[in-house]
Design a protein around this ligand. Structure first.
Ligand SMILES: [Zn+2]
Length: 122
């Protein structure tokens, strides 16, 4: 059996909530639209405004195997959708559209070249 698991902690942004582990999360309802600036540890240096649902209802299991329902809105809703994207193999890069992706790639290549040049000088 495979387990899908996300961990999130809205308190890092001074939002209400605590470190939460959610197993096999599933979004059962979505409502509204919200655009927030997101970054990702998997794509260092990229920040982009991403449009997602503003309110979501999520079901899953907590770390003790108990069924939970979470109503999330705003920042927490964004975080949960971002993390579930990871489970589905979707990164911010896949959400930003090809023009921004291209700009980001070029900037990254430039940085890598500069870093390589600096290494060569040392
Ligand atoms: Zn991420």
């Amino acid at each position: 059996m495979s387990i899908r698991l996300i961990v999130f902690d809205p308190s890092v942004r001074n939002e209400e909530g605590k470190l939460t582990v959610l197993l096999n999360p599933e979004i059962i309802e979505k409502d509204g639209e919200a655009i927030m600036k997101e970054g990702c540890l998997s794509v260092p240096g990229l920040e982009a405004e991403i449009k997602r649902a503003e309110n979501i209802k999520v079901t899953g299991l907590d770390k003790n195997g108990n069924a939970v329902n979470i109503d999330a809105t705003g920042f927490l809703a964004t975080v949960i959708q971002h993390e579930i994207d990871h489970l589905d193999g979707i990164l911010l890069l896949d959400r930003i559209g090809f023009i921004k992706r291209d700009i980001f790639k070029r900037r990254l290549m430039k940085q890598l070249k500069e870093a390589a040049r600096e290494q060569a000088v040392k």
